[in-house]
Design a protein around this ligand. Structure first.
Ligand SMILES: [Zn+2]
Length: 208
């Protein structure tokens, strides 16, 4: 009996509603199929779009997402503070009429300076055009026809998660070697620590 109940609970969780009874395996299948059908609608996830329809109808979405909600990005940062403002706009390319998404991110993340190894706030700002192919072959063909290296051609789907695209864009916008423009001179503060000089004297030394 336990074995029979376990998948029912999983199915209920997927749909976001607790379900007390699970009549049959047939119902479980129907539940799974329905959850697939509704994946592309706002009912399930406000950030999942039909990328082709979104492009055709000149769709537009924007928002501000905390770095803490982007696990892959947060992993590459010194901490999960800060947030990313983003915008996704759909359109059809000219002159070919290929579906495309213009994706912009603008925010600040905490990175570790590779010269002095202290964290600092690094602004990231990036904008890119993603053209959409129906499958790999279609994407390759579009790439060849447009012959433009500034445009990425990806395989679009009818249930694309905008947040994945936004997070990818933010990750690509991170500097390869994060560095302060000018590193703080920590030598005087280190000296203050080792010689037990008061921090105020150390600061005076920094000013002069
Ligand atoms: Zn530095």
């Amino acid at each position: 009996m336990l074995y029979a109940l376990a998948p029912c609970r999983n199915a209920a969780r997927k749909r976001g509603k607790p379900r007390k009874n699970c009549a049959s395996f047939d119902l479980l299948l129907k539940t799974l199929l329905l959850s697939q059908v509704f994946r592309g609608t706002s009912v399930m996830n406000a950030f999942v779009i039909d990328a082709f329809e979104f492009s055709r109808s000149n769709g537009s979405r924007e928002g501000v997402t905390p770095v803490a909600e982007m696990t892959r990005l947060a992993k590459d940062c010194a901490d999960a503070s800060g947030s990313i403002a983003w915008k996704v706009e759909g359109s059809l390319s000219k002159p070919h009429g290929y579906p495309q998404l213009r994706l912009s991110v603008d925010g600040t993340v905490q990175l570790v300076c590779q010269r002095c190894m202290t964290p600092f706030a690094s602004p990231i700002k990036s904008s890119t055009v993603l053209m959409l192919g129906k499958d790999d072959a279609d994407a390759d063909e579009i790439e060849e026809i447009i012959d433009d290296e500034t445009i990425d051609v990806i395989v679009g789907t009818r249930s694309m998660n905008l947040m994945d695209l936004v997070e990818d864009e933010a990750l690509l916008a991170l500097p390869h070697t994060p560095k302060h423009d000018v590193c703080l001179d920590t030598s005087l503060l280190d000296k203050a620590k080792s010689e037990k000089v008061s921090p105020f004297d150390a600061l005076k030394g920094l000013k002069s």
